[in-house]
Write a protein that binds this ligand. Structure first.
Ligand code: TYC
Length: 118
């Protein structure tokens, strides 16, 4: 009568070679989602005192915009109250805001620049 080798069965495949048991040689893949860093909108706010040319100069100097782009954005702020002038990583946005606020303060203009998570 033949022996019944049931104790060696591997119905669930745990012990390979196709299963994922110890030393089976199979690699398990873990899907890792890469998170993009949050981005921040930098905005200029309108006021009644800062000269238009000063705002245009700020946009050219700190945001790398040409004169026409700068004039357009300045006019949008003037008419609508505020406008987004660029979208940056946290550190870059923080630096732009600080540069604008410092430059405006040194020229004694009340211009306000803020940032907000997108
Ligand atoms: N409103 C200002 C004026 O009439 C011009 C201005 C534009 C001020 C944009 C601030 O962010 C600003 N002189």
């Amino acid at each position: 009568m033949a022996l019944q080798p049931h104790i060696l069965s591997d119905k669930d495949g745990t012990f390979g070679p196709e299963g994922g048991g110890p030393d089976s040689g199979l690699l398990t893949k873990t899907k890792t989602r890469t998170q993009r860093p949050p981005m921040y909108k930098v905005m200029l706010l309108n006021d009644d005192y800062t000269p238009m040319e000063f705002v245009v100069h700020i946009l050219e100097r700190f945001f790398g915009l040409n004169h026409a782009q700068s004039f357009d954005i300045m006019l949008t702020v003037h008419k609508k109250g505020l406008a987004v002038v660029g979208v940056f990583s946290y550190e870059i946005a923080e630096t732009k805001v600080a540069q604008v606020m410092d430059f405006a303060r040194r020229h004694q203009h009340p211009l306000q620049c803020t940032m907000e998570k997108e």
